[in-house]
Design a protein around this ligand. Structure first.
Ligand SMILES: NC(=O)c1ccc[n+]([C@@H]2O[C@H](COP(=O)([O-])OP(=O)(O)OC[C@H]3O[C@@H](n4cnc5c(N)ncnc54)[C@H](OP(=O)(O)O)[C@@H]3O)[C@@H](O)[C@H]2O)c1
Ligand SMILES: [Zn+2]
Length: 339
């Protein structure tokens, strides 16, 4: 039987292990994808540390996948072997729950499918995915460039395009990591007056290069006061992993302003009802998007010249690559390649 290399987590909090696995055969409605690149998202911590309920181990992480269709399962139409495809966090849905019947596949409540969580993901040479999870990659976007757009890209792009902010509004991106550095580019290209907020001064020049019109160092200044001085933010996109950092910017929202939480912190964000009422502010969360949202993200990124800044590692060095992401030192996305 033909085999492939894959990197799996054998148990919650266990080490990554490079293993040989048999190459999977696609079932009904699924395709086999030859993985070319897979981004390492901070959410991979959920598989590594066993933080997502019900994960079955061993599990191959990875939900920022770019590759080519390698084989079609029965019943798959519209895709051909060799097509360039991406797969993100939203890796399939039940199709019959109330959310799915409304076309809101991302909030599928019965059988949400997530590569790297509910089925094996992209830290491998091949993987299986339902055909409904595929997004088409434009010719001029390489696999390494496409991979991070499948989670870090779509999540920030989709949250911003649904934020209600209009061209010229002040939009702040809190945190400049994998998500944040793409969020800055999308916000600037969407025509918002874009503010980047991060800890320390070292990211300031890069933030400006990515399109930020203003930079706030949250360590040397109170970020809420600094935003207020700029007129107050219509939208703050919180990409940080830390709830206290989100809490610290809420006072910088203008009237009707909205904090959109993307960072998967597990602690509470405290806010007084009085502060919310007086300025009619709101706090909401946003989960990635569907495969067509991924395709929109790829197309917008291609036409607007938006790219992830990547540090590339070979698949076998996944443990080192993951540590690099966790260190916060990567500028800004770590991507594995199978070549
Ligand atoms: N909602 C969704 O659908 C979705 C999708 C993907 C990821 N996520 C989540 O989004 C978050 C970011 O993911 P990522 O891949 O961009 O991670 P990343 O590249 O590791 O970046 C982490 C970010 O968190 C900030 N940070 C870390 N520790 C902090 C602290 N103690 N105080 C303040 N800020 C801190 C860093 O801020 P500085 O820039 O100041 O260093 C950096 O911007 C994760 O929680 C991830 O699970 C959510
Ligand atoms: Zn992710």
């Amino acid at each position: 039987m033909a085999t492939m290399r894959a990197v799996e987590v054998s148990s919650p909090k266990g080490p990554f292990q490079l293993v040989e696995r048999s190459i999977p055969e696609p079932g009904v409605g699924a395709v086999r994808v030859k993985v070319e690149a897979c981004g390492i998202c901070h959410s991979d911590v959920m598989t590594k540390e066993g933080l997502f309920p019900g994960i079955q181990y061993p599990r191959i992480p990875g939900h920022e996948i770019a590759g080519r269709v390698d084989a079609l399962g029965s019943g798959v139409t519209g895709w051909s072997v060799g097509d360039r495809v991406g797969i993100g966090w939203h890796g399939g849905h039940c199709g019959y729950c109330d959310s799915c019947r409304r076309g809101d596949f991302v909030t599928c409540q019965i059988a949400p499918q997530i590569p790297g969580i509910t089925y094996d993901g992209g830290y491998a040479e091949y993987m299986m995915a339902p055909a409904v999870a595929l997004a088409r990659i434009p010719d001029d976007v390489s696999a390494v460039d496409a991979a991070p757009l499948m989670c870090a890209g779509i999540t920030t792009f989709n949250a911003l395009r649904h934020s209600g902010a209009r061209a010229g509004d002040l939009v702040a991106v809190l945190g400049i990591g994998g998500l944040g550095h793409l969020g800055i580019q999308y916000a600037a290209k969407m025509g918002f007056t874009t503010v980047a907020i991060a800890r320390g001064q070292d990211k300031a020049p890069l933030a400006r290069k990515l399109g930020a019109h203003h930079y706030i160092d949250s360590q040397s200044t109170d970020p809420a006061a600094a935003l207020t001085k700029l007129g107050g933010a219509t939208t703050i996109l919180a990409t940080v992993t830390n709830a206290a950092a989100m809490q610290a910017v809420i006072g910088g929202l203008r009237i009707n302003g909205k904090l959109i939480i993307l960072g998967a912190a597990n602690e509470p964000v405290a806010v007084t009802p009085l502060a919310m009422i007086g300025r009619r502010i709101s706090i909401s969360g946003w989960p990635s998007g569907s495969s067509i949202d991924s395709q929109d993200t790829l197309a917008f990124s291609a036409t607007s010249g938006i790219r992830s800044m990547n540090e590339v590692y070979p698949l076998a060095k996944a443990p080192e690559a993951y540590e690099r992401m966790m260190s916060g030192k990567a500028r800004f996305r770590v991507v594995l390649t199978t070549q």
